[in-house]
Design a protein around this ligand. Structure first.
Ligand SMILES: Cc1cc2nc3c(=O)[nH]c(=O)nc-3n(C[C@H](O)[C@H](O)[C@H](O)COP(=O)(O)OP(=O)(O)OC[C@H]3O[C@@H](n4cnc5c(N)ncnc54)[C@H](O)[C@@H]3O)c2cc1C
Length: 482
């Protein structure tokens, strides 16, 4: 369908009002583009706020408080027998999520751009059909004003696809018969199961494993690869496995799932490990084997947008194979990390605004954090990646069990590690498996952003006794060598 310039309803239509979509909308509206956000979820807020980052971190923090109280004797304090009220744990989390979501609803309805509650799918390269979403009945009033009464369509000169991800289908069809919960269910439980099998060993699986175990659930974690957290350097996974086993979590790695059955009230998963067939039984199964881009219902072929295994293929400008259509966030299948979804949404709009001098995504400072205790945090290159890409590096690490502040805190698990260019000393990557690792890694993010060398990091003042000063040890070791 060919149209003349200026004949579109909007300059930019953004499909999906999660983190990536909202960032794109805010940027487009601030630049004066006539913008619409189309959001089709049952609730408004996006994955991070409603069922991802925020609820999981609220629950993990509660687990950490309980864990500290149980170990208060270490510091001479007496907390007695620590008990808990799970309904209250969930109520606090729910209240916080409601506040975050209400604020996002306000931002979306703030009038800077049009906000439509509908599911969108492409009719052609410049037109999307809008269908009313299913209601959860839990939304704030303003978004209802934007609810569609019947199917409609809008046209736009540009689009940003930001439809997020959904849980991957289970590899064993038997799991569908036996039944399982996913992370969406796990953050909304009313009652804790007595026992839980977690399938998967990535960030989401590990965070839930520790949360449930610390609240007294008997957890068995079953992972396919040799170690949990396989996307990080091996040592991180080994360290977390050690802590998990110490906290009573049964961890099986290097497995192949064979079958799932229901036996009375229990669900049983059988698997192969080292040539032996083993099985584990629990009241519930948490399926945490990953997510896939949520693009199936968009009719992307009508718009000429190419995909690969469901993920929208984009270039560094976040532009798809259809030059006027961009994408951001989980639907691109690049990284399921919220600050990147935001950066990608902003980059997409900058590319629309300044096609001749667009911004490009740069993943040199890629950060990953797993909010277990100890936390696992990485920035930039890992040793595995540097070796695979044949990038020369020198590495040095230092353990938390030999560091003043972490000894005071009795937080002795883990280490920090730095990777540096062997000729110039520029910091190429950092890892922190340890107390507040997700916070500590940001010192290395800042150093790498400014392309600092290990010599400069070692010379930087660090207050004593802090966790942060641990970075000076590997920095000094590398500075001496380079
Ligand atoms: C349990 C869990 C914990 C996590 N923890 C972290 C963390 O600690 N840190 C971190 O960085 N990341 C974390 N993540 C990942 C993070 O939540 C996601 O990377 C991020 O929220 C993705 O944002 P998005 O904008 O791409 O997608 P979403 O926020 O999912 O937004 C997509 C939106 O599009 C809407 N939509 C879909 N299809 C259509 C359609 N056809 N029409 C209209 N609207 C549509 C959906 O309703 C949704 O609101 C976690 C994820 C999970 C599951």
């Amino acid at each position: 369908m060919k149209r003349k310039r200026g004949q579109f309803d909007f300059d930019v239509a953004i499909i999906g009002g999660g983190s990536g979509g909202y960032a794109a909308a805010r940027t487009a509206a601030a630049a004066g583009l006539k913008t619409v956000v189309i959001e089709g979820g049952r609730e408004v807020g996006g994955l991070c706020i409603l069922r991802g980052c925020m609820p999981t971190k609220a629950l993990l923090y509660a687990a950490e408080v309980k864990h500290l109280a149980e170990h208060a004797e270490t510091w001479g304090a007496r907390a007695g027998k620590v008990s808990f009220n799970f309904a209250k744990v969930m109520a606090r989390k729910n209240a916080q999520i409601k506040d975050f979501a209400d604020f996002r609803v306000q931002q979306l309805n703030g009038g800077k751009f049009k906000f439509i509650r509908a599911n969108a799918k492409f009719l052609d390269a410049h037109t999307v059909e809008l269908n009313s979403p299913r209601s959860s009945g839990r939304e704030s009033a303003p978004s209802d004003q934007s609810r569609l009464t019947s199917a409609a369509a809008i046209t736009a000169k540009h689009f940003v696809i930001a439809t997020g991800s959904t849980v991957a289908p289970p590899p064993l069809p038997q799991l569908n018969e036996v039944g399982f919960i996913i992370s969406d269910d796990a953050v909304a439980l009313k009652k804790l199961p007595k026992s839980l099998i977690i399938l998967g060993g990535g960030a989401i699986a590990c965070e839930f494993a520790q949360f449930f175990a610390r609240f007294g659930v008997q957890v068995t974690l079953i992972q396919r690869s040799e170690h949990i957290l396989k996307e990080f350097d091996g040592n991180a996974g080994i360290e977390i496995e050690k802590v998990f086993r110490r906290e009573g979590i049964r961890v099986f790695t290097g497995t192949r799932q064979l079958d799932a059955k229901r036996r009375g009230k229990l669900k049983t998963v059988s698997f192969e490990q080292n040539g032996k067939t083993l099985s584990a039984s629990a009241e519930e199964i948490l399926f945490a084997l990953g997510r896939v881009p949520n693009t199936a219902s968009l009719n992307l072929e009508n718009a000429g947008v190419k995909t690969e295994n469901g993920r929208v293929i984009t270039n560094g400008k976040m532009q798809t194979s259809a030059p006027h259509i961009f994408a951001a966030g989980d639907c691109t299948g690049l990284h399921e990390i919220v600050h990147l979804a935001i950066q990608q949404g902003e980059t997409a709009v900058h590319s629309i605004l300044k096609p001749k001098s667009p911004r490009r995504m740069d993943y040199r400072l890629l950060i990953s954090v797993v909010f277990t205790e100890p936390q696992v945090a990485f920035v930039g290159l890992t040793e595995k990646e540097a070796a695979a890409r044949k990038i020369p590096f020198l590495a040095a690490s230092y353990p938390f069990n030999d560091h003043g502040k972490s000894l005071i805190m009795e937080a002795k698990d883990g280490f920090v590690k730095l990777l540096a260019n062997p000729k110039t000393g520029e910091i190429l990557g950092g890892a922190c498996v340890g107390p507040s690792g997700g916070e500590l890694i940001h010192e290395i993010v800042a150093a790498m952003a400014k392309r600092m060398t290990v010599h400069e990091l070692a010379a930087m003042p660090h207050y004593h006794p802090t966790l942060a000063e641990i970075w000076t040890y590997p920095a000094e070791e590398l500075a001496e060598k380079i």
